[in-house]
Design a protein around this ligand. Structure first.
Ligand code: PDD
Length: 293
């Protein structure tokens, strides 16, 4: 499949072809481009394994059906593409970005039938959080959640997340944690949010339509329960977060990131005196053990 390709260049995948990355093009009338009419997954590849791949591909299915895009791609096919991409790019570990859009058609607000979906995939090396960064902890601003009401679908409509993430960077913070009406916390720009209260309850929002039900989130919850950490999936508010003993974020690419300082309405709040908490450290280790198992 890779005949006539310079094997030293980065290889990506577009519409059933493996091509040099710079030649991977999608048409200007792709509905992903014009309407954000598409979904994606980011999956971690470590120790020669796609981590929690079944859960990721089930969620892909769920996101596609939420947009009424018919999934013509079998799990076996998608796994094969992923494994080949890591091989062709000589990557022993990394992440794969996999995107499926409804496909190309003349721009029109209603949704045409019988168009071929567009599929693209690309792999990147792992940007792992090193020990020093982890122990120093991360910082976040708390901002209104301006996204739509179907955040349970992993769509490519990411501009609200992107803007709030940039606002955090411009203010000298690492990320943004978002809230909705009633000051209920939803999630971070590209990750789920957990907090630990003073009774050592691990709390994260229930997986409703206003958050993405993270695969790493679910795995952390399972690992916490196995290891006798009390878990509550429920609403929690900004005031709870500001008084938290620990806060951390989870996602397939970050895995687990402690947050030791938050900013709300231009006031800084240290979490646990700016230290990384015990439950966060334990969960990092449990996740590491899970990946290595
Ligand atoms: N983001 N919430 C949001 C809004 C996300 O974008 C993500 C992941 C998560 C965590 O989901 P998971 O544990 O399944 O990765 C939660 C990916 C990594 C991204 O957009 O790059």
């Amino acid at each position: 499949m890779l005949d006539n390709i310079d094997k030293t260049s980065r290889i990506s995948f577009v519409n059933n072809k493996f091509l040099p990355h710079q030649n991977c093009m999608v048409h200007i009338e792709d509905r992903g481009f014009q309407f954000a009419d598409g979904v994606y997954e980011v999956i971690l590849f470590k120790n020669n394994k796609l981590i929690d791949v079944d859960a990721h591909l089930s969620r892909l299915d769920h996101s596609l059906s939420g947009l009424t895009i018919i999934n013509n791609f079998s799990k076996e096919f998608l796994i094969d593409v992923a494994v080949k991409l890591f091989k062709y790019n000589n990557l022993k570990e990394g992440t794969i970005y996999l995107q499926i859009t409804r496909g190309c058609t003349a721009r029109f607000p209603s949704i045409p039938k019988d168009i071929q979906p567009t599929i693209v995939a690309t792999v990147s090396p792992l940007k792992e959080t090193n020990e020093t960064e982890f122990n120093k902890g991360y910082t976040a601003i708390i901002e209104p959640d301006l996204r739509w009401h179907r955040c349970n679908l992993k769509t490519t409509s990411l501009i609200a997340s992107s803007l709030v993430n940039q606002k955090a960077k411009d203010m000298g913070f690492d990320d943004a944690i978002m809230f909705r009406e009633g000051l209920d916390i939803t999630e971070a720009s590209y990750a789920n949010v957990f907090m630990v209260d003073n009774d050592d309850n691990l709390i994260t929002r229930q997986a409703d339509n206003l958050v993405l039900c993270g695969i790493t989130r679910n795995r952390m919850i399972e690992l916490a329960k196995i290891n006798n950490i009390k878990v509550q999936e429920r609403l929690f508010k900004i005031k709870d977060l500001l008084q938290a003993k620990e806060i951390f974020l989870t996602s397939s690419s970050l895995i687990i990131r402690p947050v030791v300082k938050v900013n709300y309405q231009n006031n800084d709040y240290q979490i646990f005196n700016g230290q990384v908490g015990d439950i966060t450290k334990r969960l990092k280790q449990y996740y590491q053990d899970f990946i290595n198992s």
